[in-house]
Write a protein that binds this ligand. Sequence first.
Ligand SMILES: [Zn+2]
Ligand SMILES: [Zn+2]
Length: 255
Amino acid sequence: MQIKILGCSGGIGGSRRTTSMLLGDDILIDCGTGVLDLEIQELAKIRHVFLTHTHLDHILSLPLMLDTVQEEAELHPLQLHLTQESDQIVREHLFNWKLWPDFFNLGDAEPVVLESNLHAVGDAIKTVQCELQMLPAQHSVPAVGYLVRSTGGSLAFSGDCCTNDSLWEVLNQQPSLDHLIVECSYTDAEQELSVKAKHYCSSSLAEDLKKLDHEPNIYLTHLKPGAEDEIVAEVQKLVPGRSIKALHNGQQFEL
Ligand SMILES: [Zn+2]
Ligand SMILES: [Zn+2]
């Protein structure tokens, strides 16, 4: 199965796009601005959206996408996979007829176009091509990561995250780990901000990487716009001996 990175920046500007990845041609993990680059025909193929959390940079394209593919979604309702806490937030604050129509319920006479599938950390969700397991994450709102397993290997994605033990414990329980996409939003100069915003900075990520027993290819994501090279250089220096690179828009993984 192919995984394509549609967006992996901590912000916008130029060619930067916010978090989203496409699994095969019908599954998204997160729905940031990277989704806006897909053609209408590609959008219409998407059946499942797995959310890490409800921050705008991870869900921005979801309401717009639903509006564009509504006819298709009337035939195959889009399946939203998320935690109960995130479900409550999107219903209350996004699909509330004020920011956007309530696509969960457009009216009694209207077909269903969006359905929630509630999951908890540890749940493994099987799809035709892969299995996605919800991973624990630590962030300023309820958040999870995902472990994707397919016949060709495994890839873990932290989502937005700050220092914790549970993510690393779960990863160490896996028999193997081929790729790790982990966020690192800030340089060490912005350590104070990273603690407040509950994101990793270079040194807090470097400390947590010591907890990981596996030696996957590590890709840093959610880098602050303009500070990308500096963050990657800082982490590489603090964690010598591991394969650490920046994640790039358009990058593909074969699992
Ligand atoms: Zn966030
Ligand atoms: Zn984010």
